[in-house]
Design a protein around this ligand. Sequence first.
Ligand SMILES: [Zn+2]
Length: 737
Amino acid sequence: MYGGSIFFCAPVVIQSAMAGQIKLCYNWKNLSTFATVCALRASNSVEYFNLHNYSNNMNLLKSLATAGFIGFLAVLPMSAEEHLKSLDPKQFDPNTPASADFYQHVTKGWRDAHPLTAEHARYGAFDVLNDSSEARVKRIVLGLGATNPKPGTVAHKVWTLYSQAMDSVRRNREGAAPIQADLKKIENTPHEEMTDLFLWMHGNYASPFFGAGPMEDLANSKEYAMYVSGGGMGLGDRDYYLLDDKRNKEVREAYKKLIVKQMQNAGLKGKDAKRIMTNVMKIETALADSAWTREQSRNIPAMYNPFTFAKLKETYPGVNWDRFFIETMGIPSPETVIVTEPNSVMQGVNLLSTLTDREIKDYYLWKYVAQAAGKLSDNFTDAAFEFNKVMSGVGEQRPRWKRALGATEGMLGEAVGQLYVEQYFPQSSKDYMVGLVENLRTALGKHIINLPWMSDDTKLNAIKKLNAFTVKIGYPDKWKDYSGMVIDPELSYYENMHNAGMWHQKEEYAKWGKPVDKTEWGMTPQTVNAYYNPLANEIVFPAAILQAPFYDPESSDAENYGGIGVVIGHEMTHGFDDQGRNFDADGNMVNWWTPEDAEKFAEKTKGLIAQFDAVEILPGLHGNGQYTLGENIADQGGLRVAMTAFLDSQKKKGVDITTEKIEGLTPMQVFYLNYANLWAQNIRDEEIRSLTQGDVHSLGKQRVNVTLRNIDPFFEAFSIKEGDKMFRPVEERVVIW
Ligand SMILES: [Zn+2]
């Protein structure tokens, strides 16, 4: 998925004990230790950095991630007369015809009307929705405060956490005091207790050297399995450490400065802070050296490497694994452990056994401070912001209230979500979506059956999987029970956030040995996004995405199908893309394709990879067709399937789309115009570079101009012919679904 600020998500997992992370953008769930993050990275927030600080099964999740989110549609009720609601033709660029640059034609007016403010690294149509969702959540939280909630109630917890996040006076007075005892503990640990220190770090604060935790068993999604993964890099991606081009060097230098600054903020002397930075860079660069590339990490089957517990101990003797699982998770030695990147884990374990105590402690000190920084005084968040400026080009921090809401929702998201749904999500929207999703399901089934390149055997399995999709709309059937979480106004904000994070972590670990609960949600209802979770074979649409320009009951069918309809189609096709096709109808990792079909699929995707590789986004910067393949297939499939569903729906209603006009436009035109409209956005060059390096989604402009040029009816709708810039010869168009 993708989304506004979010662009369709891609799940990434992070350790729940850290940051306020459970803000899932899109991940499909938080697995035990992991929670997902997704693109939710509200660009210039402090969390942006923290979000990349996870380490657990991040790569695995990242690769599992597929989905994005998107828009939506609606068909159903329709007023007798169609009219535009999500689209405003007055904003189309009269100087750029659709046939020359469709993206420019549709979005220029919107972009001119929404110049970037210093706070944003990018701002697009999705962000308008995010803003509206955020404003609603703010009203809800302030409303709770106004009721003067009783201690112990969930309302009191929400209000306390939010108030503490807002209370910069107290936090600035406390400075680094809340973390001093722990920093001393790390510093003063004698050599013979270094193993205890390692376990303490893993159990409470961060995942140095490698990640570990339970998550659904990929081969049997009804049960949990234990995973050990590579990780431990603060910058998340190996290229930042290893490549010497200008951009990667800039980010690396900014990271070094950040480390020194934060260690000084934590009370260390300049020369100690520098030594720590040097040791951290040495260790994280070594970890990067063995880390998988982004492209490698899309190969999910290659990450499924089961080890017996005996083999784990024998292969990685540098860790006391018996103590590791019981002391960091409260889980006795598992019979089997899945090692996702065996060579990366080996590197982490070797470093642990060969580095000096001084080097290891310096690495821990940084890991500790990095996870704490967003919950301490303003000098910490200011330093993180300086780093974010380099990453995304923003000029101003997000307002404190937005950061405070983000942190509160990270810990108590469903508590707020429940109120959000009561106030802002009518049953009629849910009913709409149910009908819409079924129309899309039928349309995708037709496409699959008619595929010329797929064999009947594989088609049968594909249809079986399609029919088995679980659809979740709006909000979870059962809400999380936060009654056991303790939030105490007497404690510091840092302590409360840490305790809340530990509560989430404990909840995840407590699932070990129990069947997987498939009713859980990986996003809160107030999130503007959507996702596909291959392990449950489910598509999920939170309440907040069901608004214009994705969906509006007063918009035309054409707009709604070009909006949320495409999003639904996008999520559905994730079940069949380069990653989703590794999982069957039950969410188990089973190869249900014949080898010939797999071969044909791979061959077809080559054309699409080349199309996106060929785009020069900024001078010298090209798209990464391999890395963004799954999302590009999903966009294209979503567009094709949503169009079929739209045409079917109009036929059923007796509407003749060849003669129908909506404010002077044909319904076909409106469909594609609103799709492009979703991607209207302004974006800074730095953010373009960060996203191109780390986001599985293509940028908005390419999602429009590259993708649409594979879709036959698009050319017809706008009479685009040979010689026009938007034209692509029929033989070069790639059709997969
Ligand atoms: Zn997606």
